[in-house]
Design a protein around this ligand. Sequence first.
Ligand code: NI
Length: 182
Amino acid sequence: MSAIDDIVLSPDERLKTECAPIKTIDADVRKLAKRMLKDMYAADGCGLAAPQVGELVQLVVIDVDYAGEGSKKNPYVLINPKVVTADGPERSYSEGCLSFPGITVDVTRPSHVVVQAQNLDGDLMQYEARDNLLAVCLQHEIDHLHGVTMVDHLTPGKRIAALREYDEALAAGARPGDTSAE
Ligand code: NI
């Protein structure tokens, strides 16, 4: 199975499920983080949440610096992440999701976030981002842990249009990491 085939595609109940906090950071958790990073890089994504590989636990991986094969990696592993602040002017950003190959949608979110999460060593880390891809990515990925996907942020009309476009993209053979609808 290729890394891309490991990714759960919408519609799937696992993408709508509240994920359980991780109690112990053991070998299984480290293995899951490794698997998710592999999948994320294989699909050229900037983030991936555990339910997107079918594991209903609160784990997210992010790399907003990786620019494709051969470039430097800067992976973040966030365990039990919590948004402690989400404020600042709202910004609209064109988002894609590895579970919705072939489409991007404009999602409006707060432009400034502070997130707390444990790392793989169990240390509590704090991440702050403002007006950048990281601010968007943190919110998008943490949403996944609570059964929320990017299309849930759209108005009903826009959601219907986005899901229709998604069906067409899938029918045309879109794969995780494809964000153009052509
Ligand atoms: Ni996503």
